[in-house]
Design a protein around this ligand. Structure first.
Ligand SMILES: Cc1ncc(COP(=O)(O)O)c(CNc2co[nH]c2=O)c1O
Length: 404
């Protein structure tokens, strides 16, 4: 196990004051914080290697290309992809999902069925609704229960020979629920459907093995796992990536362009049009190195301790209700105080230096299910502490006293 005080020294921002108080950062499900090692590599790139990549004959371009492609190999190794060309750099999870959705526009026909879940982030709902509008495919939804878990018996009933795609998140951003993706992938493949797993919330906590999962697509954002914003990845099985048409046209993604006809580049470049976020891609690799140096088993064990402690302390507060009570969840606690709007609680906590997320968390169907406008979401990471949780609890008690 690691020493959390030593870890916290890696994150300059954690020494900040907010409204005169020490920052307590509990909005990690929105974006994680950035260790000095990642910051240094971004500065190092722009200080010593900045050049456009691929096809350059000059040294700087070659060095930048090598760093970028080394990052791709780091991502391949981390997710245990069979080939590096199965890793597509994108601007993040939303871009990755839209790339796949766009690709299936030419592969689906009227009456085909797409299954998503009630726990999805809007980024894993709206692109599929748009795809259904384009193709006449039908969207089906796996329902959720009061604990914030998927009703798997209903999933089994939704599956049929018409099911072509099943797209669910690994972990719910709003509730922290860990979904049984191994089972979902197995059952979807039994009817011949392809599966995309939205890993935006799982990759900060666990190390998915895409070959072991046998998943067809897996997506993630660097900024959720100690990396920079504006860069993410799409893993796709080679056979699927070869089937999908390009998402964007332009430089990098071509083999030959004439006004009569254009031929496309091989994987991965077919899906990487234009100049990418080079520094971001390199820093994504650094972030993966950093998280692996801390150790995902250590992270999971420590964050589970934080979750248990936070849940126990929060439930001491009369009138506080937690949403998302699955036994199988990561370090996210969504809650409300009776008859108090989440925005008001969040605003008071901010005055105390405590950063939480309030609102629907881009998961409005979940809020509709619970008949609430939103929640206060506290999401913990391996650099948070039990003392910070105590500060949160005191802050909530203050908010309750002021707002009741
Ligand atoms: C499950 C899930 N899918 C997709 C996305 C979109 O990721 P992006 O493309 O990197 O923005 C998010 C972002 N979730 C959140 C962003 O801010 N608060 C959140 O809970 C997410 O949690």
């Amino acid at each position: 196990m690691f020493n959390v005080e030593d870890i916290r020294k890696d994150f300059p921002i954690l020494s900040r004051k907010v409204n005169g108080k020490s920052l307590v950062y509990f909005d990690n499900a929105a974006t994680s914080q950035t260790p000095q090692q990642v910051i240094d590599d971004i500065v190092d790139y722009y200080s010593n290697y900045n050049a456009n990549i691929h096809r350059g004959v000059h040294t700087l371009s070659q060095e930048a290309t090598d760093l970028y492609e080394q990052a791709r190999h780091k991502i391949q190794a981390h997710f245990n992809a069979k080939f590096s060309h199965e890793i597509i750099f994108t601007s993040g999870t939303t871009h990755s999902i839209n790339l796949v959705a766009n690709g299936f526009s030419s592969l689906l026909k009227k009456g085909d069925e797409i299954i998503v879940s009630a726990l999805e982030h809007h980024s894993n709902i709206v692109p599929w609704q748009m795809l259904c509008e384009r193709t006449g495919a039908i969207l089906k939804v796996i329902p959720m229960n009061q604990d914030g878990e998927l009703v798997i018996s209903e999933f089994n009933k939704l599956l049929s020979k018409n099911t072509k795609l099943v797209f669910v998140n690994h972990i719910s951003n709003a509730l922290g629920t860990i979904n049984p993706i191994e089972y979902i992938i197995k059952k979807a493949h039994e009817v011949g459907a392809a599966v995309l797993i939205d890993g935006a919330q799982s990759t900060p906590h666990i190390k998915p093995d895409v070959q072991k999962l046998d998943v067809d697509f897996y997506v993630a954002s660097a900024h959720k796992m100690c990396g920079p914003t504006g860069v993410g990845m799409l893993y796709g099985k080679e056979e699927w990536l070869k089937k999908l048409p390009p998402y964007q046209g332009g430089g990098e993604m071509i083999s030959e362009v004439t006004f009569e006809k254009t031929t496309y580049a091989d994987l991965p470049h077919k899906f990487e049009a234009g100049t990418p976020n080079i520094a971001g891609g390199i820093a994504f690799g650094t972030a993966i190195d950093y998280m692996n140096s801390v150790g995902f088993e250590n992270i999971a064990e420590y964050e589970h301790e934080l979750l248990e402690y936070a849940t126990e302390r929060l439930l001491e507060i009369e009138g506080l209700k937690i949403y998302g009570t699955s036994k199988n969840k990561t370090s996210v606690v969504s809650f409300n105080l009776e008859n108090i709007h989440p925005y008001d609680v969040g605003t008071i906590l901010d005055k105390l230096g405590i950063a939480v997320r309030t609102g629907h968390h881009c998961a409005q169907p979940i809020m509709d299910f619970y008949c609430i406008p939103g929640t206060v979401r506290a999401s913990f990471s391996f650099y948070n502490t039990k003392a910070e949780i105590d500060t949160l609890v005191e802050g909530i008690k203050k908010a309750k006293m002021m707002l009741s």
